[in-house]
Design a protein around this ligand. Structure first.
Ligand code: COA
Length: 333
C-alpha cells in the first residue's frame, strides 16, 4: 500500500429549515400537556426547526454540502466520494447521498447512505477519513441530515418536544501533513437494546390482526430515562478516553468539545463528572433541539464560523444514539 495521508477538514456547512417552533407551540397549538418551563428546565431546548413542505434530508443535505464546498473553495466535480448519514432518507432507494450527488452535480463517484442514528455523522466521518487517508479519495463529502420531526407522535410528550430538523456537512481533503485534520475516530455499538430508540421503516412488518403481536410502530419511540443514563455513562467514557488519546498523541488538552446536542442535563452531568470546563463545550440545542445525525456537524460549522474554534485547536466530537451507538473524534484544526 502507498503511504498514508493526512485528512484535512477543508470545509463545513449547515442548513436549517426556516420554520421555528417554540416550546409554547406544543401547548398552544397542539394542546399537549407540557409547558415551556418543563421543556426548558428538563432539556434546555427553547425552540427547534421543522422542515417545511418540500424540505427533506436530501434538500437540506444538498444545501449544507453546497456551503461546505464553498468554504473549501472546491467544485462539486472535485469530489471523489459522497457519504450521507441519515435515519430519515427521502426514499429507501436511491440513497439520499445519490440525491445530494445529483443536486450538486458531482461526477459518477461512489455515493451511499449510512445509518447510525445520532452517531451517524461520526460513523460517516470515519468512513470518509479512511478513503482519504488511504488515497482512495482526494476530496470526500460527509453529510449528516435528518428530518426526525416527520416521525414524531405529537401526542407523546416524552418524545415530540425533543427533536428538530437540519443538515450539516464537511469536506475532507488529502494532505501530506499527518498531524492535522481528523486525527482519530472511535466507534462503538451494542445491538442488544434496539428497544431504547426506534425509528420505524416503511417495510417494518405489520402483524396480522389477532396475531397478538405488537402493531407496527409508526412513530419514533424512546425509553427516555434509560437513554438518559446510557448517554451520560457513554459520554463520560468518551471524554475520558479522548483526553487520554490527546495526551498519548502529544496534544495539549481539549480546546473545544462538541457533543451531540441531545439534552443540556445529559451534557452537564457528563462534563461535571469528568471535571471538564463548561466554557469549552459548544451547545446550540436551545435553538435546534436534537437534529440526530445533523447535530454534531451543525454545531461544528457554527463553532468554526463564529470563531469559537480556531486554527490549531484540538476539537473533540462526541455522539451517541440509537443502535445503541456511541462515538468520538479528535480533530486538529
Ligand atoms: C425524555 C427526557 C427529557 C425526560 O426527562 P426526565 O427528567 O428523564 O423525565 P422522566 O422520564 O423521569 O419523567 C418525569 C415526569 O415528567 C413527565 N414528562 C415527560 N415529558 C414531559 C413533557 N414534555 N412535559 C411535561 N411532563 C413531561 C413524565 O411523564 C414523568 O411524569 P410521571 O413522573 O408522572 O411519570 C430525558 O429522559 C431525555 O432527554 N432522555 C433522552 C432522550 C432521547 O432518547 N433522545 C434521543 C437519543 S440521542
Amino acid at each position: 500500500m502507498s503511504q498514508l495521508l493526512g485528512v484535512a477538514l477543508t470545509g463545513t456547512g449547515s442548513s436549517l429549515p426556516a420554520r421555528v417552533v417554540r416550546n409554547d407551540e406544543f401547548t398552544d397549538a397542539l394542546h399537549l400537556d407540557t409547558s415551556d418551563e418543563w421543556i426548558r428546565t428538563r432539556t434546555g431546548i427553547r425552540e427547534r426547526r421543522f422542515a417545511g413542505p418540500g424540505e427533506t434530508s436530501a434538500t437540506l443535505g444538498t444545501e449544507a454540502a453546497r456551503r461546505a464546498l464553498e468554504s473549501a473553495k472546491l467544485d462539486p466535480t472535485d469530489l471523489d466520494l459522497v457519504v450521507c448519514a441519515t435515519v430519515t432518507p427521502d426514499l429507501m432507494c436511491p440513497a439520499t447521498a445519490n440525491l445530494i450527488q445529483a443536486g450538486l452535480g458531482c461526477r459518477t463517484v461512489p455515493a451511499f447512505d449510512l445509518t447510525a442514528a445520532c452517531s451517524g455523522f461520526l460513523y460517516a466521518l470515519s468512513v470518509g477519513a479512511q478513503y482519504v487517508r488511504t488515497g482512495a479519495a482526494r476530496h470526500a463529502l460527509i453529510v449528516g441530515a435528518d428530518v426526525l420531526t416527520r416521525t414524531l407522535d405529537f401526542t407523546d410528550r416524552n418524545s415530540c418536544i425533543l427533536f428538530g430538523d437540519g443538515a450539516g456537512a464537511v469536506v475532507l481533503s488529502a494532505t501530506p501533513v499527518l498531524n492535522a485534520g481528523v486525527r482519530q475516530v472511535r466507534l462503538y455499538s451494542d445491538g442488544t437494546r434496539p428497544d431504547l430508540i426506534q425509528v420505524p421503516s416503511k417495510v417494518t412488518p405489520n402483524p396480522a390482526p389477532g396475531s397478538g403481536l405488537q402493531p407496527r410502530l409508526e412513530y419514533i419511540r424512546l425509553v427516555g430515562r434509560e437513554v438518559f443514563r446510557f448517554a451520560v455513562t457513554r459520554m463520560i467514557e468518551l471524554i475520558g478516553q479522548a483526553e487520554a488519546d490527546c495526551r498519548e498523541m502529544g496534544l495539549g488538552g481539549i480546546d473545544v468539545l462538541i457533543p451531540h446536542q441531545v439534552n443540556q442535563r445529559i451534557i452537564d452531568a457528563a462534563i461535571e463528572s469528568c471535571g471538564f470546563p463548561p466554557e469549552k463545550v459548544v451547545v446550540n440545542l436551545d435553538r435546534y433541539g436534537n437534529t440526530s445525525a445533523a447535530s454534531v456537524p451543525i454545531a461544528l460549522d457554527e463553532a468554526l464560523r463564529s470563531g469559537r474554534c480556531r486554527p490549531g485547536d484540538t476539537v473533540v466530537l462526541v455522539a451517541f444514539g440509537g443502535g445503541l451507538t456511541w462515538s468520538s473524534a479528535i480533530l486538529t484544526l
